[in-house]
Design a protein. Structure first.
Length: 575
């Protein structure tokens, strides 16, 4: 698409009679409002960051006659990755290099907007010194003025929306204010998508640990266990190759036992002394170690095997059980491999799992101990997600743990056994995990929600089901996240279940949820008294609540002599 053709949409008033121009000027604010509404509608129904980013770019170009719009994400290495641009066949984003660090490529409008968190306008790219690195490319495609708008959430800038016009001076104050509103909407989408992806990644990690756990408990074949370990490690950690080397105390050597991802085949008979190579160094030091953390990194990479495989980056974690070194789990990449603290912790967890399998695969007592520790880790992770959901919506902070405790007491009182209560606890803690799929613009909106926004909000039980259902380990805990907004009379959502069609755990949780909300302080009202809250609970029996659950709740209160607490910390209404 030529710059001449693209420019026609943005100079719509040229050559028109005065009357027509005036009508066009009157229509322009309406088009802008419609564009803002359309963007919000598109983002509200999309949780895919690439799709949402592409729609934002398209709307910017088509509604305002721009030549190009692209949306980029700031990476930890200082680079900026374009997520989408429009027109999709425009060559400019692929031909330029944009960074956000303090380098020549990071001092342009987009990099400066990310680094400073302040919108950057360029009235004429042909004369603006900030455009020096991109001047020729911009001129070739007729890009004369630009605006770079930071994308931020909770005080953290994580990207930019870059806009280009074929007209100099196009980005006036009014237009920039409108584009900033679009950028805020895009930022909310991307942040929600990031949180959703993070939750899905952690759930995937739990599944991987569970698969390894199943291999340990279901087989006495060490080779099978190591194969499962390496399959999960390469997939979940995103590495090119992985290997397990076992420690032989009598020779003080590490011997290769299993490998995955080696192009030339697993190097049979490989042996390393303590302190030799990356694995030997990690074993000698007794701690996880990245290749970049060793002074001998370049020497290690010159090893004939590693050179032949083309490896450039590695990480090793000792496998230790009962204070004894049993081996080393080592991973390799043929390119750079960004790692964060969560990645490192997960690799160390895999190494610990492997150590357990190798140490006492046939001793059920030790395996049961390992399983208990793993379940605690799972539950600690679930508790962490629950707190993350509460922290995302400040008004619900502490709500999940309080309502979980009350739900467990009431469920136990109604005869649920301890095995069932394990799943009730997990479901209660995760009851609002689906809200990670609700855009910030809706979840954190200070005023009343529109009908369309309520429609999005009411999807959170379905989002929770879609997030948790693929995780076999959490299947028994799905009842509460999926059904806690169903009502006894069938007027609830998402499925309109009636009476005992609603799982018992969800019926119990629904009452505990409302009780916690009523007896907690609101920004707009104090906590209700016990008497007022109890009257409301009785009033809602046979409509909102299962009357049998209401009766059990009242008897529980009598038995506990009024120990059900009225919480006085800030907390929201029933979620």
């Amino acid at each position: 698409m030529s710059s001449k053709k693209r420019s026609t949409g943005s100079n719509k008033l040229q050559g028109k009679p005065v009357g027509e121009a005036s009508e066009e000027q009157e229509r322009e604010p309406r088009r802008e409002r419609e564009a803002l509404y359309e963007t919000g509608r598109v983002l509200a129904r999309s949780l895919d960051p690439e799709t949402g980013a592409a729609e934002v770019c398209r709307i910017c170009v088509e509604a305002f006659g721009l030549a190009l719009a692209w949306l980029g994400r700031a990476e930890s290495d200082g680079s900026v990755t374009p997520l989408a641009w429009f027109p999709p066949d425009h060559p400019y984003p692929a031909e330029v290099t944009v960074r956000w660090d303090d380098t020549p490529a990071g001092r342009g409008p987009s990099g400066t907007a990310i680094r400073s968190g302040i919108a950057q306008m360029c009235d004429d790219a042909m004369s603006d010194p900030r455009f020096a690195s991109w001047h020729d490319t911009a001129a070739r495609y007729g890009l004369r003025s630009s605006a770079a708008l930071p994308l931020a959430s909770r005080g953290r800038t994580f990207g930019a929306l870059a806009l280009y016009s074929p007209l100099p001076g196009f980005f006036t104050g009014e237009r920039v204010a409108l584009f900033q509103a679009l950028a805020h909407q895009a930022a909310a989408l991307l942040e929600s998508a990031r949180l959703l992806a993070e939750t899905e990644r952690r759930l995937s990690h739990i599944t991987a640990l569970r698969n390894i756990d199943s291999a340990i408990t279901g087989s006495l074949d060490r080779r099978l266990t190591l194969r499962v370990l390496l399959d999960e490690a390469t997939r979940e950690l995103g590495v090119d190759a992985a290997a397990v080397l076992l420690y032989e105390p009598h020779s003080e050597e590490l011997v290769l036992a299993a490998g995955r991802g080696f192009r030339r085949g697993v190097p049979e008979g490989l042996r390393l002394r303590l302190g030799e190579g990356l694995a030997g160094r990690a074993a000698e030091l007794g701690r996880a170690l990245a290749l970049s953390e060793t002074p001998q990194a370049q020497e290690i990479l010159r090893d004939r095997l590693l050179e032949a495989e083309g490896f450039r980056d590695g990480f090793a974690a000792p496998m230790v059980a009962k204070g004894k070194l049993l081996g080393v789990l080592v991973t390799w990449n043929r390119g750079a491999a960004p790692r964060d603290g969560e990645w490192r912790e997960f690799l160390e967890a895999l190494a610990s799992q492997a150590a357990i399998a190798i140490d006492n695969a046939g001793l059920y007592q030790d395996l049961e101990h390992a399983n208990r520790g793993l379940r605690q880790a799972y539950d600690a992770t679930i508790l962490g997600w629950s707190r993350a959901v509460d922290l995302r919506d400040k008004e619900t902070e502490g709500h999940s743990e309080r309502v979980t405790e009350l739900t467990l007491r009431l469920a136990r009182f109604m005869g649920m056994d301890e095995e069932e209560l394990v799943h009730v606890r997990r479901g209660a803690l995760l009851h609002d995990v689906g809200k990670l799929g609700v855009p910030d613009a809706i979840l954190l909106k200070p005023g009343p929600l529109t009908d369309e926004e309520w429609e999005v909000m009411r999807r959170h039980p379905q989002y929770a089901f879609e997030m948790l259902a693929p995780i076999d380990y959490l299947h028994p805990a799905l009842d509460i996240p999926y059904c806690h907004h169903e009502r006894w009379d069938g007027t609830g959502y998402p499925r309109g279940l009636v009476g005992e069609q609603i799982p018992l755990a969800a019926r119990i949780f629904a009452l505990a949820d409302v009780w916690d909300a009523l007896t907690s302080v609101r920004p707009y009202r104090p906590a209700w008294s016990t008497e007022k809250a109890l009257a409301h609970i009785h009033e809602q029996a046979s409509s909102h609540f299962d009357p049998r659950v209401v009766e059990a709740f009242c008897r529980l209160r009598d038995d506990e002599a009024g120990e059900v607490p009225s919480h006085r910390s800030a907390s929201p209404e029933p979620d």
